[in-house]
Design a protein. Structure first.
Lengths: 227, 202
């Protein structure tokens, strides 16, 4: 019974750790490349998050299944090919069933291949762990990536267009309301500002939590990374 | 000629890969602690980009595009969905070849750039350049111009950023903002100044 509980606990940690404490974006600063350019509105960010979760899970599971038969010297090229295959599936699926979304995301779906999160998880986790753990790890990291992406997109769309997911939230000044949209939020630089502020918030919270609970290992690891 | 020069300028300043498409961010943030390393990486990106975009253009037009194989009797074949795998393979292979050539003929250059070259295989700016080339259907001459322009634009961005970052070492920054947080805010300001370059033409 206890062993069962312990393994449940590990599963939970595998999924939850990457969402807050080891978040791929705010803590490890990975995988921003393909992400932030499409965060000016929420819808593409949601689709992009779904695509990344799918690729992460598929790549992690396939690599984990094949991990004993992949020759060490050519593992990188095999991993990249497996990731690229998963990305092709996503791209063809979007082209067939959601052509408008596909044209908004343009090259950024293809750039999931070079998303550092995917290769990092495959290389550092799936190559050494079982299928089930790898699946959970892919899911957790995908969710950790998604919440940052969708938060950035929500802030930008709310301040930049006064809407969320295309639905009007606050009455715009142009339509007789009081809210004056900030066009800067729809331009690229604001993605940098918003992500910078989110990282600030996430780190401050992480440091405070570690202080409160009396643990000192987590912030030390982080501050050494920062330096 | 004027058109190509315009393309270079636009790829370098207006549509800067790092600052307006946020490509290559992982390397951009990670390797910008010192100006000298940033310059080395910038040169490596420019060289790799100038080589890979035209080569991928030739392969795409000759083998992958719809109807490209009509000479072999496969006129109806459209292999363009294979471009992700092919491009990443071509990039990896070209970087390997470039490393060997540099090592054999330009050992001093290899000593400076050698460590950055393998990193570039998974740099989104490099793959992104090739994907943009397909999306905007550039021809061969335009690909060379675009490859050079976008590569040097990325180099310019990381050089500017590293120069500012060296100064930041002496700044008194709030604890949670140190490191990556402030790096993004600074990049945001840089990107804002590049927005002002919109509409530049020769």
């Amino acid at each position: 019974m206890n062993a069962r509980l312990a393994s449940l606990h590990t599963y939970k940690r595998t999924v939850l750790d990457p969402i807050v404490d080891a978040n791929p974006i705010t803590v490890q600063v990975l995988g921003l490349c393909s992400a932030l350019a499409i965060t000016s509105t929420v819808l593409p960010a949601v689709i992009m998050s779904a695509a990344v979760i799918f690729v992460l899970v598929i790549a992690n599971v396939t690599v984990s299944v094949l991990r004993h038969s992949i020759p060490h010297s050519i593992r990188l090229i095999i991993e990249v090919t497996l990731i690229a295959s998963a990305v092709i599936i996503v791209d063809e699926f979007l082209k067939a069933f959601a052509p408008e979304v596909s044209s908004v995301l343009s090259v950024f779906v293809g750039l999931i291949i070079t998303n550092c999160i995917v290769l990092a998880r495959v290389e550092s986790f799936a190559m050494h762990n079982g299928v089930w753990d790898s699946l959970l790890d892919g899911l957790g990291n995908g969710l950790g990536y998604s919440w940052v992406l969708i938060s950035v997109a929500s802030i930008r769309e709310l301040l930049g267009a006064g809407s969320w997911l295309g639905y009007a939230v606050v009455p715009l000044a142009t339509e007789g309301g009081w809210f004056e949209p900030n066009d800067l939020m729809l331009l690229t630089p604001s993605a940098f500002f918003v992500i910078g502020l989110i990282i600030w918030l996430a780190r401050t919270v992480a440091v405070k939590r570690a202080h409160d609970s009396g643990r000192s290992s987590a912030p030390q690891r982080q501050s050494s990374k920062v330096a | 000629m004027n058109e190509l020069a315009n393309l270079v300028l636009r790829a370098m300043l207006v549509e800067n890969l790092a600052l307006s498409f946020l490509l290559g961010m992982c390397t951009y943030i990670a390797v910008s602690q010192r100006v000298s390393t940033a310059v080395g990486l910038g040169i490596a990106v420019t060289v790799v980009q100038t080589v890979t975009v035209p080569v991928n253009n030739i392969i795409y037009e000759g083998l992958l595009a719809a109807g490209a194989l009509s000479w072999a009797g496969f006129g109806a074949l459209d292999l363009s969905f294979l471009r992700f795998i092919i491009f990443i393979g071509v990039i990896a292979a070209l970087i390997q070849i470039l490393e060997l050539v540099l090592e054999a003929y330009f050992p001093r250059l290899h000593a400076t750039l050698g460590i950055y070259l393998p990193l570039l295989t998974v740099n989104c700016a490099i793959l992104g350049g090739s994907l943009f080339m397909v999306q905007r259907s550039y021809d061969l001459a335009e690909s060379v111009a675009y490859g050079f322009g976008s590569g040097s634009g990325w180099a310019l961005a990381i050089f500017l950023f590293a120069s500012i970052r060296e100064r930041l070492r002496y700044a008194d920054i709030p604890e949670g903002l140190r490191g990556h947080g402030i790096a993004f805010l600074v990049t945001g300001l840089l990107a804002l100044s590049f927005v002002g370059l919109r509409g530049i033409e020769l």
